[in-house]
Design a protein around this ligand. Sequence first.
Ligand SMILES: O=C(NC1CCCCC1)[C@H](C1CCCCC1)n1c(-c2ccc(-n3cccn3)nc2)nc2cc(F)c(F)cc21
Length: 233
Amino acid sequence: KEKIEFTTEQQALMRVITDAYNKHQIPQDVTKKLLQDQYSTEENFLLLTEMATSQVQVLVEFTKNIPGFLSLDREDQIALLKGSAVEAMFLRSAQALNKKMPIGHTEVLEERIHKSGISEEFIKPMFNFYKSIGELHMVLEEQALLTTITILTPDRPYVKDQPAVERLQENVLDLLRKMCVLHHPQEPQYFARLLGRLTELRTLSHYHAEMLASWKVNNHKFTPLLCEIWDVQ
Ligand SMILES: O=C(NC1CCCCC1)[C@H](C1CCCCC1)n1c(-c2ccc(-n3cccn3)nc2)nc2cc(F)c(F)cc21
């Protein structure tokens, strides 16, 4: 059995990232709203754009706490945020669905999302992803590190200094690998499975513009921030 030891730097990195991840979350809980009422397609679309806009804002605040991020080239910082915002949102959505809830609540939530206005063809890949995240039973630290690794993806479009991003991402990957061995000692492949979800996440995120365009509403109105991030309008 591998003895897991964290360096002082890794302990500091873990604390900074976990604290930031906890601190920067969406204030209003969308699951509560969705469980409270059945909304119309228009209302659901508006709810999504509101949640997504606020999610981008907390993502920016979270990212500023990633050690080394603010030392990157300014334009590369923007490219990394733009490149990871949709993926970070789907990760947060997956975590929202997989949260421990009273009996029957998850089924109601799933039903409401099925009926929200998303076109049928995207429901399946989206829920497949949510289920595959749920099966991993990630601890909070792993969720925070996985989101950080998603943000620090060197091969996003328009990133100029990829090696600088790689160096930051490698530190977080090494830390996540150790956390996986620590929290899932019986599953030697757990770390590899976790990284495999990032491939599924990137594929799902490729559909996001089509998912929005196919939402059954007449007028697809977006906030200026979402127009920037979502490649819409
Ligand atoms: O609000 C949501 N997610 C937020 C975003 C920020 C962070 C927290 C969650 C939505 C929600 C808006 C109202 C209608 C019904 C869906 N949601 C989604 C979702 C659905 C589609 C998309 N699309 C992205 C591009 C095109 N579609 N994104 C997220 N999955 C969810 C899973 C939950 F358990 C869940 F509770 C909500 C979820």
